[in-house]
Design a protein around this ligand. Structure first.
Ligand code: C2E
Ligand code: MG
Ligand code: MG
Length: 637
């Protein structure tokens, strides 16, 4: 009987089954769809073989049985085509409702097609001498028409939705359809070949090798599921609105880091094995030192978490003598985030922003407050991007009074954002975020351009204003291009360097300090002067003044105020003032709000005063009017 080819197909399926089932799989929708296709292929090949047998012995078997088996084989072919389509659709329509809508309407079409397959007549051909057996007739043709139509529909979906389908999956779909099509066409013209069943098993093999090998989802080092599987699995949960909780184990503790590589592998292997043994959780190795466990939401998840944590409190390795004391980040409610990426973002944010708690208890529960903070940060990031894109940065100017010349001689440029509702957002609300995501570089450059344009359009010297102080962020100072960029901008606007004084603050690392010094040297050679801002906040200290080639030191508002409120602070400021003057540097006192404060600072010999006592920061036009008026009055106090 000509069933050798189908038997080979069946053998391929069995081997595949063995490999597939001997590995750990994760319940992804695509995995389920693959498994459905696998089962139907298996049934199809089995029916193929059975139909050859019943055709051969049809004279001694009831016609209904022979027809039933042969038509069931044909129906399973139609179903296989349908399941192939579903497999592709799982990827395209990740939203459950859309997927169900399309699969249901096409499923109805399939049921009708199968009804035709069963109703229409079928004929058999059997030539034992030449070993040829096959069925033919209207039932067969109905199968071919339905299968061909389904394949064409699948091809159309793949082409139309190609962007949503991973490249590898597109390729697999292409191979799958091609093999099937070639076999089906060959069988249509040479029904004696009986190739389709075997082609189906080859298709399963191709799919398995390219896409569905469970090994693809496993992290080789730990045996846990990998990062790709984490993204796919949690995406699926989010799309299905299934709630879950997540526990992150961060292996960054010093005792873990201090381990030698061999011991580290051993402990990691042991810990992973422990996690894998839990029936209620999926454990993923997210990065080298971070594992994420997806747990059920609520009490059940918490109890699993507690068991996991308890185990980690005990030792690992031989004699349980190695303790790894990881950090734990727990997200009790998946709806604090909206997607896998969002969830990772939240975990990262919690890790970075809860350092204190993390170091203290080694455990942080991510709550609505943290999520809210992250959202606020994102809103600010968006605000900054909008401001940069739509020219919504404004530079305001606060006049600086010279106690020696008894008039305004300078001003500080201070940035603000005008939001969409026309509200003014102060720098305190966005500078930190801009520094953390790098947008401060663009903000700094925009502010500097605006200052240069302002200086170019207005002759401030006629009002006695000799220079404008512009703030530089530490992030800008660590940019090797800074000096070149700023000199270029000054040249572009025809600004002489004496009109600019740049305010720096203390840099945290020696490396950035060296880059800052290079930038300062280049700008000073060009003729720009520098101030040291924020003195007295802990950001700028005395030894820093010694190292930095600045002309002016700016006493922070906090320091000036402390002078009036705290007896000890008075002595510190007196001493600092003497020392700074001793170094032949000038001082600006910020935050002067009252006449008493002003007089005291003047008596102390402070050269410049900046504060609400004279004026708050003002927009360009008002600032011009202010200095104009002051000049007219020849502002003498
Ligand atoms: P800063 O550079 O120390 O600027 C002085 C701050 O003190 C300004 O706040 C100013 O409005 C405020 N101030 C001045 N006198 C008084 C006073 O008498 N009373 C009170 N209560 N406040 C006074 P502002 O404009 O909100 O700026 C805050 C900080 O934002 C600045 O502190 C600076 O560190 C940063 N910043 C502002 N503009 C820029 C910029 O263009 N680039 C960078 N990197 N940072 C900027
Ligand atoms: Mg400043
Ligand atoms: Mg300051």
């Amino acid at each position: 009987m000509p069933i050798q080819v189908q038997c080979c197909g069946l053998a391929v399926m069995m081997v595949l089954f063995y490999f597939y089932k001997s590995q750990r799989t994760i319940t992804l929708n695509t995995v389920k769809a693959f498994w459905n296709s696998f089962v139907i292929t298996f049934v199809n090949i089995t029916l193929d073989i059975t139909s050859c047998i019943v055709i051969r012995y049809r004279d001694s078997l009831p016609t209904l049985l022979v027809d039933g088996v042969c038509k069931s084989y044909l129906a399973s072919l139609g179903m296989l085509a349908y399941f192939a389509l579903l497999y592709i659709l799982t990827d395209v329509y990740s939203k459950k409702s859309e997927f169900y809508r399309i699969s249901l309407s096409y499923g109805t079409f399939m049921v009708i097609a199968i009804a035709f397959i069963y109703i229409l007549p079928i004929h058999y051909f059997d030539d034992p001498v030449n070993k040829v057996i096959y069925s033919y007739g209207p039932s067969d043709y109905a199968t071919y028409v339905f299968a061909l139509f389904t394949i064409l529909f699948t091809v159309a979906v793949v082409i139309k939705q190609r962007k949503k389908i991973e490249k590898k999956r597109r390729f697999a779909a292409f191979v799958w359809i091609s093999v099937w099509l070639v076999a089906a066409i060959a069988q249509f013209f040479r029904p004696d070949l009986l190739l389709v069943g075997f082609a189906n098993s080859i298709d399963m093999l191709v799919l398995y090798l390219i896409l569905e090998n469970p090994v693809n989802n496993i992290d080789k080092r730990t045996g846990l599921f990998n990062h790709g599987a984490f993204l796919q699995y949690t995406k699926q949960l989010y799309e299905a609105d299934s709630k879950f909780s997540a526990l992150v184990i961060v292996l960054e503790h010093s005792s873990y880091k201090a381990m030698n590589a061999e011991l580290e592998e051993e402990i990691l292997g042991e810990a992973s094995k422990f996690l894998i043994s839990f029936p209620d959780l999926y454990a993923f190795n997210n990065t080298g030192s971070e594992m994420v466990l997806i747990l059920p939401e609520g009490e059940k998840g918490i109890s699993v978490m507690n068991s996991v944590r308890e185990r980690f409190e005990q030792g690992w390795g031989k004699n349980s003598g190695v303790f790894i004391s990881p950090y734990w980040i727990f997200v009790p409610d998946s709806s604090l985030a909206t997607s896998p990426e969002d969830l990772l973002h939240l975990i990262r944010y919690a890790k970075q922003n809860c350092d204190d708690k993390l170091y203290e208890n080694r455990f942080v529960e991510v709550n609505g407050k943290i999520a809210e903070k992250l959202n606020r940060k994102r809103e600010i990031e968006q605000l900054i991007l909008d401001a940069l894109d739509n020219d919504r940065l404004e530079v305001w100017y606060q006049p600086i009074y010279s106690t020696k010349l008894n008039r305004f001689t300078a001003a500080e440029a201070l940035v603000r954002i005008r939001d969409k509702d026309n509200a003014l957002i102060p720098p305190g609300a966005f500078i930190e975020t801009a520094e953390s995501n790098g947008t401060i570089l663009q903000i700094g450059e925009t502010v500097f351009r605006k200052v240069c344009r302002f200086l170019n359009q207005n002759d401030l010297k006629q009002y006695g204003i000799s220079y404008i102080e512009v703030n530089l962020s530490v992030v800008q100072c660590a940019n090797k291009q800074l000096a070149r960029d700023y000199i270029k901008i000054m040249k572009e606007y025809g600004i002489t360097p004496d009109l600019i004084n740049l305010e720096i603050t203390e840099s945290a690392s020696t490396n950035t300090k060296n880059i800052l010094l290079d930038n300062m040297k280049e700008l000073m050679d060009y003729g720009v002067n520098f101030s040291l801002d924020d003195f007295g906040t802990g950001q700028s200290n005395l030894d820093y003044i010694v190292d930095m080639p600045v002309d002016i030191v700016k006493f922070d508002k906090g320091m000036t105020n402390a002078y009036f409120e705290n007896g000890k602070a008075k002595y510190i400021m007196d001493a600092a003032t003497n020392m700074i003057h001793g170094m032949d540097l000038k001082i600006v006192s910020e935050g002067i709000e009252t006449e008493e404060q002003f007089n005291t600072m003047q008596d102390l010999g402070i050269s410049f005063i900046q504060g609400y006592y004279f004026s708050k920061p003002l927009p360009e036009k008002e600032f011009l009017e202010f200095v104009k008026k002051a000049k007219e009055k020849d502002h003498v106090l």
